[in-house]
Write a protein that binds this ligand. Structure first.
Ligand SMILES: *Cc1c(COP(=O)(O)O)cnc(C)c1O
Length: 391
């Protein structure tokens, strides 16, 4: 197609060039075949340390089987938004199974974790309310804040004392909401959930915890960090995703029946978006079954992650506050993160560089995400390569 000489989007070309100039131009790299720890990319086999498929379920044949059966029996698409005709038995079964898994009264499934956060946060707080948000919270939580029209107060990362001061100073709002990730997606560090729950109680605030990187991975039953820290009963709003450790796609909120009823009525990303595809629901349900029956996956992952963190420390890498299967290596400027990532790629190791806007400019990272499916040989290859690159 040939556009007219007057091209109103020509500015993009120069903006993209400016991004490239700053090492910030990002490009898609397409892989062939399934997303798994051995990844085919441009005809090469790479060991993949850049996936959130923490339990190795995305390519599990049991999920594929559940999907295929659901596609035959319940169709491929939901066909409508949930309040019209887009809520079928596949959705109801998954929501019941999720509530059971999480030990909550109810759960609600969204088309993505992103949609769960934007929808829930904007439904929980509005004009005249205030949201207190950790400085490193995920983009979907930031966007939820913006959509809510509530006053937004950002507290320094993990800093409960600073948050307490802000809560003391900020009376006079109608309702207040504290939001945090549990395991932070870039740094792999853990939110102080016990202290946050205590603050929420002391200041009569709602508390929302996003377990995107913890669902299926931590806690005695794999429910997440709230379970591991025994604060589930003190966290009234829990968000999770089906797209990471659960190997499928979609997001959810769990809590009381009133919470779910409220979201069904007021969460715009739920009300105005087509329900999840039934096969996707079925795959998530199968994944929950595996999480329940195969605790060794998360237990082995936790042990492997602790060992890898120890080795990387010995090599002199700064891993920020990581205490999980997400292990960042501080690289500094974007250019250094890119060159480290490229050096690893040459050796067949895929470790993504994380640059602004995901992190501040001088804190560009290599982000290692470890999966249950990585063998100790694969991890050994990574640490051998990193030993050579450590300064
Ligand atoms: C990935 C992520 C989400 C979004 O989940 P999707 O299902 O991928 O849309 C939400 N919150 C956090 C903290 C995440 O890392």
């Amino acid at each position: 197609m040939k556009y007219s000489p007057h091209d109103p989007i020509a500015w993009m070309t120069s903006e993209l060039a400016a991004l490239a100039e700053q090492d910030l131009h990002r490009q898609l790299r397409t892989h062939e075949g399934p997303q798994q720890v051995r990844l085919q990319q441009a005809g090469r086999e790479l060991i993949n340390f850049g996936s959130n498929d923490y339990l190795g379920l995305a390519a599990d044949p049991r999920l594929a089987e559940a999907m295929t059966r659901a596609a035959r029996e319940e169709g491929c698409g939901a066909g409508a938004s949930p309040l019209l005709t887009g809520h079928g038995t596949a959705h109801r079964r998954l929501e019941q199974r999720l509530a059971e898994f999480e030990g909550t009264e109810a759960a609600l499934v969204f088309s993505s974790g992103f949609a769960a956060n934007t929808g829930a946060i904007a439904a929980l707080a509005g004009e005249g309310d205030a949201i207190y948000s950790d400085q490193k919270n995920h983009a979907s939580m930031i966007d939820g804040c913006r959509l809510s029209r509530a006053a937004v107060h950002i507290y320094p990362h993990l800093d409960v004392a600073a948050l307490a001061e802000m809560l003391t100073a900020g009376a006079g709002y109608r309702r207040r909401l504290i939001i945090t990730e549990s395991i932070f997606s870039m740094d792999g560090d853990l939110a102080p959930l016990v202290e946050l729950a205590a603050l929420a109680e002391r200041f009569d605030c709602m508390l929302l915890v996003d377990e995107a990187h913890a669902t299926g991975v931590v806690g005695p039953r794999g429910r997440g960090l709230c379970e591991a820290l025994e604060v589930e009963h003190r966290v009234p709003i829990r968000v999770g995703t089906l797209s990471k450790a659960l190997g499928s796609s979609g997001g959810f909120v769990c809590g009381s029946q009133s919470l779910v009823d409220w979201l069904v009525n007021r969460a715009r990303s739920y009300v105005f978006s087509t329900g999840l595809a039934p096969p996707v629901c079925a795959a998530a349900e199968a994944a929950l079954e595996i999480v329940a029956r195969e605790p060794h996956r998360r237990e082995q992952l936790a042990r492997a992650a602790a060992a890898l963190r120890a080795t990387l420390h010995e090599q002199g890498w700064q891993t920020l506050g990581s205490a999980s299967h997400i292990i960042p290596l501080l690289a500094g400027e974007p250019e250094r993160a890119l060159s480290l990532s490229a050096a690893l790629l040459e050796q067949g190791l895929l470790v993504p560089a994380i640059r602004p806007p995901s992190v501040p400019q001088s804190q560009s990272l290599l982000r290692i995400s470890l999966s249950h499916a990585h063998t100790s040989e694969m991890v050994g290859q990574l640490t051998a390569a990193l030993a050579r690159l450590a300064t």
